[in-house]
Design a protein around this ligand. Structure first.
Ligand code: 13P
Length: 255
């Protein structure tokens, strides 16, 4: 059901087995909102453990290597994530682009590797504050979409419904600041236009998630913005108390 909203927790470099009860509580709550697709992306060390523990939601990775195997110490490949029962992987997060020098071409290769391994993929894009202040936000994000998106061939062959884009303004991540609804709507429309430009009608399919300081207090408003197909949530996804209200906000089901 690709048109269900997709609410994904990105645990970043947080989490140990001690957090399994939180994940289980999130998973139990997810059962109450069957019209929402819920995912948690823990650190690699917990992917298999979470995949085993979750029944109403999916476990995913936060990154993968573009190659399937080989001499890449410390890296994890998409087939390895699939083997650990991950359902999806996040690629091109701004923290990876900044901390590890990931380019659009690398992100694209990772996204294609994820699709080839049968995983869903969330491709992250977003501008810095400097770029926004210079009036370049849409140009920057459009260029990232163009160059980070898996090829039309990779998507049409392997992956109807398995591709999502996450728009995460870098300046909104972990800061408590969020763009205005009008800015989110405009950017999501710009991203959709790039998707349709690249993929034709199939470009209507991928969900476009919003990420950056989403919390229980602002989720309903952000998720109601035209073109927002879900949320990628950092800090607020680390507890059931923080994350479940965001899932509820995406649902039309009554509590
Ligand atoms: P925060 O929700 O903590 O701002 O993080 C957003 C994010 O980077 C999710 O990938």
């Amino acid at each position: 059901m690709p048109n269900r909203p997709f609410i994904v927790g990105n645990w970043k470099m947080n989490g140990s087995r001690a957090m399994l009860p939180e994940a289980r509580a999130i998973d139990r709550a997810a059962a109450r909102y069957p019209d929402v697709s819920v995912g948690i992306a823990p650190p690699f060390t917990l992917v298999a453990v979470l995949a085993e523990a979750l029944t109403n939601s999916q476990a995913g990775g936060q990154d993968c290597h573009a190659e399937a195997k080989g001499a890449h110490t410390g890296d994890v490949s998409a087939p390895m994530l699939a083997d650990a029962s991950a359902s999806f992987v996040i690629v091109g997060h701004s923290e990876r682009r900044a901390d590890h020098g990931e380019t659009d071409a690398m992100v694209k290769a990772k996204a294609e590797a994820a699709l080839a391994a049968g995983l869903g993929v969330i491709v992250c894009v977003g501008e810095t504050l400097e770029q926004r202040d210079a009036g370049k936000a849409e140009a920057v994000v459009s260029a990232q979409v163009d160059a980070s998106l898996p090829s039309a061939e990779a998507i049409s062959v392997a992956a109807q419904g398995r591709v999502s884009i996450a728009y995460e303004p870098v300046w909104a991540i972990g800061t408590g600041r969020v763009p205005s609804a009008a800015d989110v709507e405009a950017m999501h429309a710009a991203i959709r236009a790039r998707l349709v430009g690249a993929l034709g009608d199939a470009g209507q399919e991928p969900r476009i998630l919003y990420g950056g300081s989403v919390n229980a207090g602002n989720a309903a408003e952000l998720l109601a913005v035209k073109g927002v197909g879900g949320a990628l949530v950092g800090g607020a996804s680390l507890t059931a108390e923080g994350f479940v209200p965001i899932i509820a906000a995406a649902s039309r089901a009554e509590d």
